[in-house]
Design a protein around this ligand. Structure first.
Ligand code: CA
Length: 253
């Protein structure tokens, strides 16, 4: 018997960048079933080991929770609630690890996750990692950064472009781990992915190095997903590669 045709085409790349010594970003992509795929990106922070450990726990825990819910639920679970609970669970786990291990004290991470089910996409988000929806010539930012500079943008004090180079650009207002309580933003309704559309999940090593217009141009020029992901990484490196860079693309196969 032939295997069922794949519903989604996905690619993920993470790169240490040109300045940092280690990569504290993590990513995970997994097919949950023939028609469901989960994409997760996390950008860790804190200490030598802490950041990488926090982001690794985040992507592993979110993946495990979603897989467990998928297997256990009858009928199918509320996917938005599962995503939210998965991220809150990762937060609790990172917090406990950080409190029990001195070397990991204060570690934290962002987290963005997308659950693709057929042509529908659900997303959840904490921190300044991002999820974009791309169609040729157009890029829409679905998430709103939990960051100081986003607050300044919201108050009309700086422009989104100024935010990329602002001295506070690395200050995030929500993260898994360091804070007592966190707010998980979950997309209000499923997004219907069209045949010429794709989702981009990334850490700020991409969105801090390239403008939205530059990201759009790269995606427009590279219809092949693997080429597009490589070109985005290369674009961020060419712009300085100040930070770890992670890119995940998901589209209909
Ligand atoms: Ca980063």
């Amino acid at each position: 018997m032939n295997p069922a045709p794949r519903t989604h085409l996905t690619v993920g790349i993470t790169h240490v960048g040109k300045v940092r010594k280690n990569n504290q970003d993590s990513l995970k992509i997994e097919e949950i079933s023939d028609r469901e795929t989960l994409l997760v990106v996390a950008d860790g922070m804190g200490g030598h080991a802490g950041g990488a450990e926090a982001s690794r726990i985040a992507v592993d825990h979110v993946m495990e929770c979603v897989l467990t819910a998928h297997k256990a639920a009858e009928p199918s679970p509320d996917k938005r609630a599962v995503l939210r609970e998965a991220i809150l669970g990762a937060h609790a786990q990172i917090r406990t690890r950080g409190q029990n291990d001195r070397a990991l004290q204060g570690m934290g991470t962002t987290c963005v996750a997308v659950h693709l089910d057929g042509n529908e996409a659900l997303w959840a988000h904490v921190g300044d990692s991002r999820i974009y929806l791309h169609q040729p010539g157009h890029l829409e930012l679905l998430t709103r950064d939990h960051s100081r500079v986003q607050q300044l943008v919201d108050h009309g004090l700086i422009s989104p472009d100024e935010a990329r180079t602002h001295p506070y650009r690395n200050v995030i207002t929500q993260a898994l781990g360091p804070m007592d309580k966190i707010q998980v933003d979950v997309g209000p309704e499923p997004i219907a992915l069209g045949p010429d559309e794709q989702l981009l999940l990334c850490s700020d090593g991409l969105s801090g190095m390239l403008t939205d217009q530059e990201i759009t141009d790269v995606l427009d020029r590279h219809p092949d997903a693997e080429d597009a992901a490589s070109a985005l990484i290369q674009g961020a490196l060419d712009s300085g590669g100040d930070d770890n860079i992670t890119v995940v693309l998901g589209r209909l196969a």
